[in-house]
Design a protein around this ligand. Structure first.
Ligand SMILES: [Zn+2]
Ligand SMILES: [Zn+2]
Length: 282
């Protein structure tokens, strides 16, 4: 587990994580101000974008591509892990600029398109304060196209085949992406990381279902986990998931406690134009 300020480099047992850098070879993390991370997955000269970040911040994706010697037009597909606006914010703009096809689970696709209202999360008392803070200042995500509707166990043309894992609970159509050959898992918000631990995501439409989905992820074998919120776990990640899965009630309570501390830290750091990413970020 690594902590530090945005713009620094974070070394973890040979892997590099953090802003403007690779979570693993060919996987570029796009850091949206320490709040949300999206990922650019490189295959030769073409890129898959996993989640589209916050509306109005397209330049962050563009900067990451430029750093890799590429441009927006090199994105050929966009996979959104769920409909939340911090994961679909630049989607409509990207579609206009790149023509990339977009893939999302069939249960979230109509919300992304703007055809269906988003179901509200079921928030515990302490979660409400986190939710109010976290969603403040995140602009509304414009409606966007979804060309490919996904189901559990679908295989996506990504590397040597990425498997869709349907992990409902955070939203009805939340997905994780599992690359068994490279032993990498993209969790979306089915999980986040706090203090180097994978935890069940927060702000869930069905909290019990979210816990079951987390346990399903813990049954997979993977070395690296890339989250929508919180730094990647870059070594023996599935073992960390199994440890967390055993202690889900405790972890959930701990998250709520640490979450309040995280808010204070994050608020402080953002107000001084420096964002701490790592142990205190939710
Ligand atoms: Zn979410
Ligand atoms: Zn999110």
């Amino acid at each position: 587990m690594i902590t530090g300020a945005c713009g620094e480099r974070y070394e973890a047992r040979g892997a590099i994580i953090g802003s403007s850098m690779e979570a693993a070879p060919g996987i570029h993390a796009v850091d949206f101000d320490g709040r949300v991370w999206a990922y650019l997955y490189r295959e030769g000269s073409r890129f898959t974008l996993i989640d589209a970040g916050i509306a109005g911040r397209l330049e962050l994706i563009e900067q990451e591509l430029h750093a890799a010697g590429a441009k927006l037009a090199d994105i050929h597909q966009i996979i959104v892990t769920h409909f939340h606006g911090d994961h679909t914010g630049t989607l409509a703009e990207l579609q206009r600029l790149t023509g990339a096809r977009t893939l999302a689970h069939k249960l979230d696709a109509s919300v992304v398109r703007g055809d269906t209202a988003a179901p509200e999360p079921v928030l515990s008392g302490p979660e409400q304060a986190m939710f109010d803070y976290f969603t403040k200042g995140i602009p509304h995500a414009p409606a966007a196209n979804v060309e490919v509707e996904l189901s559990d166990a679908d295989e996506i043309d990504l590397d040597r085949g990425a498997r869709v894992i349907h992990v409902p609970g955070h939203t009805p159509g939340s997905i994780a992406l599992y690359l068994p050959e490279r032993q990498i898992l993209f969790t979306g918000d089915a999980s986040g990381s706090v203090n180097g631990r994978p935890i069940v995501g927060v702000f869930n439409t069905d909290p019990k279902q979210a816990k079951r989905s987390f346990q399903r992820l813990a049954e997979l074998e993977f070395e690296i986990a890339c989250f929508g919120h919180g730094p990647a776990v870059t070594h023996d990640a599935s073992a960390s998931f199994r440890q967390s899965a055993v202690a889900i009630p405790m972890i959930t309570n701990t998250l709520v406690r640490e979450g309040q501390g995280a808010l204070a830290t994050l608020n402080c750091q953002l107000s001084t134009r420096r964002c701490i990413i790592g142990s205190r970020v939710i």
